[in-house]
Design a protein around this ligand. Structure first.
Ligand code: ADP
Ligand code: ADP
Length: 228
């Protein structure tokens, strides 16, 4: 069973201005541990696709499956990284990292231990008691990733996570974060309109066409060597 599968998915929005067809007959599968980028121009349905995956909306036609089961509600097994790192500036990096379990009312002792391990793994050990404004853009992104991973998701959804960063640092950070996620062995989906970023991070790139979004092309990317 693929980790994620879209089967003939169509999505129509019904609003005051009438009906909008956002996605038409979308089909693809993502295997466990695979990293897939979905690229396309603004309006091609990237956000819609992520909303379907995290159970915020239901398909008008077809099926969205995780582990072979239709997605019917938001699931704790799905984690996010959004357009801004949205770290809380008044909290330390460690306090930010345990935010998820804190909100969910999880075991805080275990959460803190996980957060410490993640921060060490991501090279942020000596910064755990610092506040986010003392960190570089790349370090902030790693801290945001630690916060997401502290919730132990199976699947990671990244919605233009680097769009707030300047052009110079963006690709190197994308590369760095891509490598970390790959090493964690998580199934990941990145949506972006930035093609170099998509290629730097993913094993495979799915191109959506515009209005209404359809799968236009699927490209596989080969890497010279694992972790190289
Ligand atoms: P992006 O291209 O960054 O995804 P958009 O401008 O397409 O941003 O959409 C921003 C937000 O507005 C999204 O949450 C989307 O669901 C919503 N949105 C986009 N188009 C419409 C629309 N025609 N009617 C209502 N909401 C919309
Ligand atoms: P992207 O993320 O690629 O920019 P979206 O998924 O936001 O694309 O939007 C896909 C299409 O659906 C666009 O035409 C957008 O205007 C429309 N849309 C998105 N959200 C809504 C909404 N809540 N209501 C109506 N139309 C929407």
């Amino acid at each position: 069973t693929p980790k994620i599968e879209f089967r003939h998915v169509g999505l129509h929005y019904f609003g005051p201005q009438g009906e909008t067809e956002a996605l038409r007959d979308i089909g693809f599968a993502v295997e466990e541990g695979e990293f897939v980028s979905i690229v396309g121009q603004s309006g091609c349905g990237k956000s819609t696709l992520l909303s379907l995956l995290c159970g915020l909306i239901r398909p008008t036609s077809g099926e969205v499956l995780i582990d072979g089961e239709p997605v019917t509600a938001p699931s704790p097994s799905v984690g996010f990284m959004l357009q801004q790192d949205s770290l809380f500036e008044w909290r330390t990096i460690l306090e930010n990292a345990v935010l998820g379990p804190e909100i969910r009312g999880g075991d805080m002792r275990a959460a803190r231990a996980r957060a410490e391990t993640l921060l060490r793994r991501y090279g942020l050990e000596e910064f755990k008691h610092h506040r986010p404004d003392q960190l570089s853009g790349g370090m902030r992104q790693r801290a945001a990733l630690a916060r997401t991973m502290c919730l132990e998701p199976d699947i990671l959804l990244l919605d233009e996570p680097f769009s707030a960063l300047d052009f110079q640092t963006r690709l190197s950070i994308a590369d760095e974060i891509g490598n970390i996620i790959r090493r964690e062995g998580k199934t990941a989906i990145l949506v972006t309109h930035d093609i170099p970023e998509a290629i730097a991070m993913a094993d495979r790139v799915i191109v959506l066409s515009r209005r209404p979004g359809r799968v236009k092309a699927v490209h596989s990317i080969s890497f010279p060597s694992a972790g190289g």
